[in-house]
Write a protein that binds this ligand. Structure first.
Ligand code: CTP
Length: 396
């Protein structure tokens, strides 16, 4: 499975760094092309020469080593990677990655890569359990990073706790699992929408909703990972995922125009955006002054993008409901002639707006209902894409 695959093995400054030699060795034995990137602190725990000898390749540790083919193009490693594994991953590297710091070869590689990234944390138990580290890890996981461990047991300090590097075999399993994933959206063009539209009242105010855009971003990113060409049409700009064509729009009308244009050659349209159903009939060019004791705004209907944009692509809708989830979603599936609808109860704290988790029901055109457990939005994204892949394969 790993033959001819390029594995970037990032090693950071933990005492568990010595175990990375075993990981590197087993990867080489499995036929992988292993490129080791060490941080400066990692090089205090183990000699780069050790990894150099195991992998038969120079170890990268500086962006300023001009004799290295990779230092010159500091993102070259990111481009050749099939998978990036950081083992051990310290609290420090986790924090840097969570905030997008790119101040050495390893962080630059991770920030620039489009390959899947696996983290195997190893640190003192208090550092691991610290809410800051937990928050950073949750942020990275929500963005698709895969974590393995840490395990519970004896730590370097002699204490018993959670913070040990996961067993080497477990880390290798995770790598193989990721590499075994099919690029099942290769050659497909997927259009995704995200965020709530803004419908302007005057130059200062607008009508909108609480949609954060996180679900749409998760789908766009997951589709990209699975090999698709992805167009994301969004009202909100979150951390920009690599390799995705993003168009920012504001209103429902703008979203419709861009979707209609972009979807022409697409295989699927996934409307995760919360599109306003009504907009102010007129836009006041000057700021509306508070002159009277009440103000009436006349609203008119916006176009229904899912229904009105024509073409021969798979249509996936979302149904954000506060009651009668199943019945309302089934009605929308039928009325909008969708292939699939993904319904969630937005009054539920864990599947409402702005959070990283979602609990959804998927309903297919043939009436099949699948009730999913509480998952991260990224996991939901993959479940939705599994269905899209199935529908696309059936078509062809
Ligand atoms: N949608 C759309 N264009 C609109 C409104 C909604 O394409 N003008 C899409 C959404 O992106 C979503 C699906 O239709 O994929 C359902 O949206 P939702 O807001 O749940 O339902 P509505 O159709 O707007 O109906 P209601 O607000 O009455 O529940």
């Amino acid at each position: 499975m790993l033959a001819k695959k390029t594995v970037i093995l990032g090693i950071t400054g933990s005492i568990a760094a010595y175990k990375a030699t075993d990981i590197a060795s087993k990867l080489v034995q499995d036929g992988a092309e292993v490129r080791v990137v060490m941080t400066r602190s990692a090089a205090r725990f183990i000699m780069p020469l050790t990894l150099n000898s195991i992998t038969g390749r120079p170890v990268e540790s500086s962006m300023w080593n001009m004799s290295s083919e990779f230092s010159i193009g500091h993102v070259t490693l990111a481009e050749v990677a099939d998978v990036v594994v950081i083992a051990p991953a310290t609290a420090n590297i986790i924090a840097k990655l969570a905030t997008g710091v790119a101040d050495d070869m390893l962080t630059c590689t991770v920030l620039a890569t489009m390959a899947p990234i696996i983290l195997a944390p190893a640190m003192n138990d208090n550092m691991f359990l610290n809410p800051i580290t937990q928050k950073n890890l949750a942020k990275l996981k929500a963005r698709g990073f895969i974590t393995v461990g840490p395990g519970y047991g004896r730590l370097a300090s002699g204490k018993i706790g959670t913070g040990r590097l996961a067993e080497v075999d477990k880390i290798l399993d995770a790598i193989k699992q990721v590499m075994g994933q099919k690029s099942d959206l290769n050659g497909r063009h997927i259009v995704v929408t995200a965020g709530g539209t803004h419908e302007p009242i005057d130059p200062v105010r607008y009508i909108s909703n609480r949609s954060s855009g996180k679900m749409g971003y998760a789908i766009a990113e997951a589709a990209r990972y699975r090999g698709a060409q992805v167009s994301l049409i969004t009202t909100t700009i979150l951390a920009e995922p690599a390799g995705i064509d993003i168009t920012q729009v504001e209103t429902a009308l703008e979203m419709k125009t861009v979707v209609a244009q972009v979807v022409k050659d697409a295989d699927a349209l996934i409307m995760a955006a919360a599109v306003a159903d009504y907009r102010p009939k007129s836009f006041a060019k000057a700021k509306i002054k508070k002159e009277s004791s009440s103000l009436t705004l006349e609203l008119i209907r916006t176009p229904d993008i899912l229904t009105e944009v024509k073409g021969n692509f798979i249509r996936v809708g979302f149904a954000a409901e506060t009651e009668d989830l199943l019945a309302n979603a089934q009605k929308k599936l039928k009325e909008k002639q969708l292939d699939l609808i993904v319904a969630n109860n937005i009054t539920d704290k864990e599947s409402g707006f702005g959070v990283n988790t979602n609990k959804v029901i998927m309903i297919s055109r043939n009436g099949r209902v699948k009730d999913l457990p509480l998952l991260t939005k990224r996991e939901v994204a993959d479940k939705v894409l599994d269905r899209v892949v199935g529908l696309l394969n059936k078509r062809s």
